[in-house]
Design a protein around this ligand. Structure first.
Ligand code: BG6
Length: 513
């Protein structure tokens, strides 16, 4: 689509202000997340002038390495994972502020050494004692690392400096463990110091849900039960479990995607307008939605949820193995690789509007979308024409890999009689705004460095997400599936996932190119 005029934004909104000076300490500095996402994201921030010039990185990992070896390793990784070309002067600047300390995250002796190093680094790079600790570690270390940091004074804040921790998922493996972890962290740190990351919130198209809903006058009046028939949220993937079999087999599709990423998508789609974009104003509204999701009874779990596991099949013309044949997966695994569920939000706006969720691995296409299906128009006018049914309008937010919004409506097919065809009006991000090299972590790291927690999960939100899935976990545990695998790789999942909608006269909108 054609030409656009960009609205003038306040300069600080358009470009963002540089982050506060700080030292970022990465626990798990030799791991995948660091090389694939964190370092490229920090580099992109520096390139856009959003990183303070007073900045340093301290990598922590188990391997014995000097600063020099660490810098060489990161340089090699950047060649592979940079989202764009690497500017040599900027990279040199970056390397000069990169340090390394060896240690086992669970061992106390690491922390006094880390504190001594941080003192030196803070002074050398004038980072004002602000520390951002990024826990790119296994979840077992979240509690111990934060406790150990606190024990040597590294969590203490003052008027002059801040101390923040970013924690990756999984945040607990059920409601009880999430609560226990929150309590453990909050016994040594304040809630405002803890940034629970959900990388879905780093996606521009996810943040755009707020702009679509609240920066336009035309959508909000119809965004409710009077006009909306149902909402579908699909996160379908073609990848299998790759090298993560041992994690995934313990987690399963439900834990891996629903209490976190899918709950973010639901809450942003369904929330009431917040009073401002202040972190707690937005998160209060999101949390109200999570709390309004009607809890499942055991009977509901049987009727309203579906689980599946992939057998072998064909993806992109190639035969791929069954889940049970993947590395580190037991040959009799009962772990689900696909979930579909129907949820109800018990509030004034959404009563009687079903929210259907679907996510899974090795499905027919990679696509994340939110489909808002509107109620049908009355048929009366068309009854004397060849039109047999009227199709509903759908507004679709395409999150990835397509990024945009489309509206499906009916148009007359040219010709002498009244016949209707479904047409799509679509907006694609790249047509208007081009594409920016991005890992999806830039915005989140920058927000943490300026103390904006809007796009991070609060303790109560994490717990509310687990409350939704807990009854499902309980029933599924008590009644192990007997019929796995029940879908072939490369299809749209088990038949029961289609039945979930079809018995109510509805259909998944499957992604077609
Ligand atoms: C992760 C899950 O949190 O999100 C993965 O653990 C999943 O299993 C991934 O593949 C999906 O993220 P994205 O950004 O590729 O949609």
């Amino acid at each position: 689509m054609g030409h656009t005029e960009l609205m003038p934004a306040a300069p600080q909104l358009r470009t963002g202000r540089p982050a506060d000076p700080c030292t970022m300490v990465i626990f798990g500095a030799a791991g995948d997340l660091t090389r694939r996402k964190l370092i490229p994201a920090l580099y992109n921030l520096a390139k856009s002038d959003l990183l303070s010039r007073e900045f340093a990185i301290v990598g922590v990992a188990r391997a014995e390495m000097s600063d020099e070896v660490f810098r060489k390793k990161i340089t090699e990784d950047m060649k592979q994972f940079a989202s764009d070309g690497v500017d040599s002067d900027l990279w040199e600047w970056f390397l000069r502020r990169m340090h390394y300390v060896r240690g086992n995250f669970g061992e106390k002796d690491l922390y006094p050494r880390l504190r001594d190093l941080l003192e030196k680094v803070d002074e050398e790079h004038s980072t004002h004692g602000n520390h951002l600790y990024y826990l790119a570690t296994s979840a077992d270390y979240f509690g111990p690392v934060v406790e150990n940091l606190a024990a040597v004074g590294l969590m203490e804040e003052s008027e002059h400096h801040w101390r923040r921790v970013i924690i990756e998922k999984p945040f607990g493996h059920d409601l009880e463990s999430a609560r226990a972890l929150n309590q453990r962290l909050l016994s040594v740190a304040k809630e405002h110091q803890i940034y629970r990351i959900d990388h879905y919130l780093g996606k521009e198209t996810v943040q755009n849900i707020l702009a679509l809903r609240f920066a336009n006058g035309i959508f909000e009046p119809i965004w409710n039960r009077r006009y909306i028939d149902h909402v579908q949220i699909s996160v379908t993937e073609t990848v299998g479990v790759e090298q993560r079999g041992s994690y995934y087999d313990q987690a399963g599709a439900l834990r891996d995607m629903v209490p976190n990423h899918m709950m973010q998508l639901i809450s942003l789609t369904a929330m009431e307008p917040p009073v401002s974009f202040q972190a707690d104003a937005v998160r209060d509204e999101q949390n109200k939605i999570l709390r309004a999701i009607q809890p499942y009874t055991p009977e509901d779990v049987l009727i309203k949820t579906v689980r599946g596991q992939y057998g072998e099949g064909i993806i992109n013309g190639e035969r791929v193995p069954a889940y049970r044949e993947e590395p580190d997966v037991p040959p009799d695994s009962r772990t689900e690789t696909c979930v579909a569920m129907k949820l109800s939000i018990d509030n004034w706006r959404w009563a009687d509007v079903p929210f259907y969720l679907r996510t899974g691995k090795r499905l027919a296409a990679r696509h994340t979308q939110i489909v808002i299906q509107f109620r049908r128009a009355p048929f009366v006018l068309f009854r004397d024409t060849p039109v047999e049914t009227l199709m509903p309008n759908q507004l679709v937010v395409h999150i990835q890999p397509e990024e945009g919004i489309s509206l499906r409506f009916a148009a007359k097919v040219p010709g002498p009689s009244m016949r209707l065809g479904a047409v799509d009006m679509s907006f694609e991000y790249r047509d208007y705004f081009g594409t920016q090299p991005s890992t999806g972590y830039e915005r989140l790291l920058h927000d943490c460095m300026i103390g904006d927690a809007t796009l991070f999960q609060r303790a109560d939100m994490v717990e509310a997400g687990w409350c939704v899935v807990s009854p499902v976990l309980d029933v599924w545990k008590a009644l192990p599936p007997r019929y796995f695998p029940n879908y072939a790789a490369g299809t749209w999942g088990p038949k029961e996932a289609d039945d979930l909608l079809e018995r109510e006269g509805r259909h998944w909108r499957n992604f077609e190119k």
